[in-house]
Design a binder for this molecule. Sequence first.
Ligand code: ADP
Ligand code: MG
Length: 250
Amino acid sequence: MTNAVRLTGLRKTYGAGESAVHALADVSLSFATGGFTAVMGPSGSGKSTLLQCAAGLDRPDAGSVLLGGGDPVELTGLSEKRLTVLRRERIGFVFQSFNLLPTLTAEQNVGLPVRLAGRRVRRSALREALSQVGLEGRGGHRPHQLSGGQQQRVALARALVTRPAVLFADEPTGALDTEASGQVLRLLRGLVDAHGLTVIMVTHDPVAASYAHRVVFLADGRPAGEERSPSPERVAAALAGLRTAAVAAC
Ligand code: ADP
Ligand code: MG
């Protein structure tokens, strides 16, 4: 089994002196190719920082980020220019807020990153990406004509149109109701199962985490255990344990 992402000794500190916050204190974690991993932990435990560093959106202070199974690339050594190219071609990212441009249609939103990169994108590829997320026939709609769940699926199509090796998602269902969340999560799991996509998703919702193969927990910027048969009940119990430990330490 290869690893799509391998993090070793990651550290990231914000601020200095007494006000320094160790967002990532010492994180070593591997994510299998074709796996769906949820990252959970109390608020402020470093989940978003971990994702941003792993995806090359932020630079860690120390440690290494290896991306790709066969011939891995060390992200931390890359110039800003090469990092930009790599992010564009091999990494997909979706956020809690969909970040769609309101004046563009769904199809234009999906094609925007590729066009900004100065490349042509075939309409058939855009349509295929939208159909992959169950939005065939909606390509001409603007974001305000779509529900929240549909907008997040447009954002997902936009992230997938370049066929990235890894999809990072930071609370992708955080702004969605239960039904729309379920649709997005089933979609993600389906892409993993049917197409071998690797997904790393931050969530605070034990039900969302139960769609993953594996849940890794963070506490105070450090790995704090994992769950390999994540049912909502088991995940909720593990999270409650972390929160109790955090309160006890205060
Ligand atoms: P999570 O996503 O688990 O809530 P974050 O990774 O966003 O946690 O943040 C981890 C810690 O780092 C928090 O204490 C947060 O306040 C701090 N932090 C995150 N980003 C910044 C930043 N840009 N400047 C200063 N502190 C930050
Ligand atoms: Mg966060």
